[in-house]
Design a protein. Structure first.
Length: 164
């Protein structure tokens, strides 16, 4: 029994001090990392929830153009991975100011407002607004859908539609 305890203490001691990594102070590494996580993403539906797909090959300059890209559906590779587009809009105009985005619909909204298609629209627009206005955080953006007749839907935040 003492031999086992001695072996256990030795193994733990080696594991704790034997890795060879020495503590260091703060090391300056330059600017914060940038890349895919900072750019525009289009959100598509899947069996496991919404997934963001980065927009790599286009410069997006307006919220209207983001919705147009979203309506085009996911790229072929993402389609093969099971992503699909559930957003179905007639005519629309999208405006954004600060953390508020409004989608002005020309036709009544066919979805419930608590579905993946609405989530696609909300998350895509929230991300786009935070990229177009760097003072705004994606999590703070509220998206409202204004119908020509009937009540508005929202405001919604992207987090309401993400599993987690």
């Amino acid at each position: 029994m003492r031999v086992r305890a001695g072996v256990l203490v030795s193994v733990l001691g080696i594991a704790l001090v034997g890795c060879g990594v020495q503590p260091t102070g703060v090391i300056g590494a330059g600017e914060p990392a940038t890349g895919l996580t900072r750019g525009i993403r289009l959100y598509y539906a899947s069996d496991s929830g919404l997934r963001g797909v980065p927009v790599l090959d286009r410069k997006v300059e307006s919220l209207n153009s983001v919705v147009k890209l979203l309506a085009g559906g996911p790229p072929p590779a993402e389609q093969r991975d099971g992503l699909t587009n559930l957003v179905q809009l007639g005519g629309y105009t999208v405006t954004g100011q600060g953390a508020r985005v409004t989608v002005h619909l020309e036709d009544p909204y066919a979805a419930t407002g608590r579905d993946q298609g609405t989530g696609q629209l909300v998350c895509t627009l929230a991300r786009a607004q935070s990229v177009l206005d760097p003072e705004v955080r994606t999590d703070d953006v509220e998206v409202t859908l204004r119908q020509p007749v009937g009540p508005s839907l929202g405001p919604y935040r992207c987090a309401e539609f993400l599993d987690g």
